[in-house]
Write a protein that binds this ligand. Structure first.
Ligand SMILES: Nc1ncnc2c1ncn2[C@@H]1O[C@H](COP(=O)(O)OP(=O)(O)OP(=O)(O)O)[C@@H](O)[C@H]1O
Length: 642
């Protein structure tokens, strides 16, 4: 089964999640332990950790918010703080109102005496409301800005990280968590951080008001906070644990859903009769997901019920205590009345605070994943800002390079040295898996060798500016991407459009015939999933990919199996161009068609990650080694046919 899935996953246009998903073995991949095995220590968060984490979360969130919009951040925070002042003011004024109303004397007199304080209460409430509305509006404006900023920062990194990161399973999981929840939760974190601040100011205001009324009243408010706080934090932890346990499972589910519902694998799913297998795999993952979700829901409900019960008991206790204070004459009736209002207001703020803290903590865990991923990606980001690569080079060399893919048991290349001089055509040949593509990617600076160095006129590629270097190198990859864009965009690949160069590149690759047959020509959209979209045959796509390589004004062009899908005529035409050095460019050509490399200036024969032989066609034939064997094998196939 593993093989079948790998086949589908290797397909050129398999959706990203399918392409890069790690496909575990049929059964072992579905053990809960498979995803529980990662970073268990992250799940052992204690209440103390949460308390310690909140300030840094609030600061982190506010920093992000400030970067997104200083004006809205300032408005949201200052509005929340100022509203707190008016809360204290209103509550203390309420006590004066009650004192006037409860005083001796005729009722109209008492009402008249209460009027100034009443106006103060109304004014404070109005101002508080206006400030909170303004702060809320600023908060609402911040949300999309923050989300966009967080997403932009993420994609700036995912497009810059070293290519090997995409071969690393842990990196994928971290990226998935950051993308799926970290980014949306960055906005939630900012939103809830402001809410926490607002509610905390509200609680503080009630506590201060109670303290002003009578110092003994303040602790009563805090008694009601503990049970609700415990329940909220426990619920958040349970939710995160469930999410964490399911992170790898979810990736697998996305991969399976792509395989079952995307256009490209649809034919193979039918041809190999994979429907039952895929649905079975999906059911296993979905069962586990459901099991974990139900478990989390059950435990969260239990925590909430316990929390509610304890809060009810604590509130009853507060009122009993207040009654006792009143009966003992410790507080007068007006103060007790104002205290009830302050406790209620404080409780409202407290509930808001706990809820906001709960959401902040929960979102903060995912936001923490986002921040962790950013750090991880920063570490793996290709360094920029090195010396510029001189172009065109006089000599590009790989000096004794060794390279092992992350997690691979043995090196894909070891002790490999090759030299590419300006204007040469260099061929890399060898059997499947011998290391040709890996070597080409090292020469292009896409991978960095573990030992040894690739040098561009003597300068180690690792010290050169990666972006500048890439402008001088064009790679026509074996598994080139079929971009769901127009033909023009597929060839130009983000560079400025130059119609003359575009037409020349299309002619050189044979893509002009493909374009001529499309009703919209270069404007034809190459994706059937959209209205008016077209699809091309494998060979037609390959012509587009080759045109992409020619369009780029690069000193070095790497062709990795450029003709594997081309018909005989197109293949011949392309090799003729390569033979004539493709308009003065330096060419590194990887191909299994040995007849086409006869004219290369030098041929490197790779075998199990080593250079087994090198030389011109004639030298290698005379040597009668691996190359001669492979060549004879291919030639005999043609002779048999003829
Ligand atoms: N992303 C990867 N992660 C781990 N191992 C890889 C990866 N890509 C290639 N390999 C392994 O590295 C070795 C060299 O692969 P490479 O693609 O360079 O071979 P190749 O000579 O280009 O093969 P082919 O002729 O089939 O294209 C192989 O053993 C392959 O399995």
């Amino acid at each position: 089964m593993r093989l079948k899935l790998r086949r589908l996953g290797a397909s050129q246009r398999t959706p990203s999640s399918a392409r890069d998903a790690d496909v575990p073995d049929d059964r072992s991949g579905l053990d809960v332990a498979y995803w529980e095995s990662h970073d268990e220590h992250l799940l052992t968060t204690t209440l103390a950790t949460i308390a310690r984490r909140l300030p840094s979360l609030v600061t982190g969130a506010l920093r992000l918010a400030w970067e997104a919009s200083p004006r809205d951040t300032a408005a949201a925070v200052s509005g929340a703080l100022a509203a707190g002042v008016f809360t204290v003011f209103g509550l203390v004024a309420t006590s004066d109102v009650l004192a006037s109303l409860f005083a001796a004397g005729p009722t109209p007199e008492r009402v008249r005496a209460a009027l100034p304080s009443l106006l103060l209460v109304a004014g404070a409430a109005g101002l508080r409301g206006a400030l909170l509305t303004g702060a809320g509006w600023a908060q609402a404006r911040l949300k999309p800005l923050v989300e966009r900023l967080a997403e932009t920062r993420l994609f700036e990194l995912t497009t810059r990280v070293d290519l090997t990161a995409f071969d690393d399973h842990d990196f994928h999981n971290a990226m998935r968590r950051a993308r799926d929840s970290g980014v949306p939760d960055s906005a939630t974190v900012v939103e809830t951080a402001v809410s926490v601040l607002t509610a905390a100011v509200g609680v503080l205001a009630s506590a201060v008001a109670l303290g002003l009324l009578h110092p003994v009243l303040t602790p009563l408010l805090l008694v009601t906070a503990l049970p609700a706080g415990w329940a909220a934090v426990r619920a958040a932890r349970l939710g995160y644990q469930g999410f964490y346990r399911l992170s790898a499972a979810r990736r697998r589910k996305f991969m399976l859903s792509d395989l079952m519902a995307e256009r490209l694998p649809a034919a193979e799913v039918r041809a190999y009769g994979l429907r039952g297998f895929l649905l079975g795999q999906y059911a296993k993952v979905a069962d586990l997901e459901q099991e974990v979700q139900l478990d989390v829901a059950r435990r969260r409900t239990a925590a909430k019920a316990a929390g509610d019960l304890m809060t009810g008991v604590a509130t009853a206790g507060v009122y009993v205590a207040l009654g006792a204070l009143l009966a003992a004459g410790v507080v007068p009736l007006a103060v007790a009345g104002a205290a009830v209002l302050a406790v209620r207001a404080g409780q409202g703020s407290l509930t808001g605070l706990i809820q906001a803290m709960n959401r902040l903590y929960e979102a903060g865990l995912y936001f923490g994943d986002y921040l962790t991923f950013r750090e991880l990606a920063e570490e793996r980001a290709a360094p920029s800002g090195g010396a510029l690569a001189p172009a065109p080079f006089r000599r590009l060399t790989a000096d004794d390079v060794t390279f092992t893919y992350p997690g691979a048991g043995r090196p894909a290349l070891s002790g490999v040295s090759v030299t590419v001089n300006r204007g040469e055509v260099i061929a890399l040949v060898g059997e499947n898996g011998s290391g040709k593509t890996t070597l080409a990617k090292l020469l292009a600076g896409l991978y960095r060798p573990d030992t040894g160095a690739v040098r561009w006129d003597g300068a180690d590629l690792a010290t050169l500016d990666a972006d500048a270097l890439r402008r001088h190198v064009s790679v026509i990859a074996q598994d080139h991407t079929r971009w769901p864009l127009t033909v023009r965009e597929n060839i130009v690949m983000g560079e400025a459009v130059d119609e003359r160069r575009l037409a020349a590149a299309a002619r050189a690759s044979g893509a002009h015939e493909v374009v001529a047959a499309l009703p919209d020509g270069y404007d034809a959209l190459l994706d059937r999933r959209f209205r008016g979209g077209h699809d091309l045959s494998g060979g037609q796509w390959q012509r587009i990919a080759v045109a992409r390589g020619f369009y780029r004004d690069a000193a070095l062009v790497i062709f990795d199996e450029p003709t594997s899908a081309l018909d005989a005529r197109a293949e011949h035409a392309l090799f003729e161009r390569i033979r004539s050095h493709a308009d003065g460019r330096t060419i590194v050509l990887i191909t299994h068609r040995l007849a086409s490399v006869r004219y290369a200036d030098r041929i490197y024969v790779l075998d199990h990650g080593h250079v087994a032989e090198q030389g011109t066609h004639e030298e290698l034939m005379a040597r009668d080694g691996l190359y001669a064997d492979l060549y004879a094998l291919q030639a005999s196939a043609y002779q048999e046919v003829s």
